[in-house]
Design a binder for this molecule. Structure first.
Ligand code: F3S
Ligand code: F3S
Length: 110
């Protein structure tokens, strides 16, 4: 899978979204999140990001490693203000911007 790392936070160019053939890049409040189970590893999103925020899981540097676990947390844990986990919606377009982040991203200082 591919991972959205810190460079996306408060930038949110969104150029990556329309590149994804399976629409698995979901919009949070401060950054976007790639669904680890829906991503088919095509890599088109990474090339589209002007700040190189999107990386192959295997190439994420040590200092950004927490974002790997955090992408999963965005979908599979209960986020602030929500009654159910985001889960696996099968497409970001149909649910729209989620206006929430994981606690890790909400508190992230960059
Ligand atoms: Fe973020 Fe880059 Fe996409 S800044 S929204 S990962 S194009
Ligand atoms: Fe989509 Fe990027 Fe994965 S374009 S399929 S999120 S590698």
């Amino acid at each position: 899978t591919f991972v959205v790392t810190s460079a996306c936070i408060d930038v949110k160019d969104t150029g990556c979204v329309s590149e994804c053939p399976v629409d698995c890049i979901y919009e949070g409040d401060r950054k976007l999140y790639i669904h680890p189970d829906e991503c088919i590893d095509c890599g088109a999103c990474a090339a589209a990001c002007p700040v190189d925020a999107i990386m192959n899981l295997k190439l994420v540097p040590e200092g950004e490693a927490e974002f790997i676990a955090d992408e999963a947390r965005f979908f599979h844990t209960l986020l602030p203000g929500r009654n159910t986990p985001v889960g696996a919606p099968g497409g970001a377009g149909k649910i729209g911007p989620l206006r929430v982040d994981t606690p890790f991203v909400a508190a992230y200082e960059r």
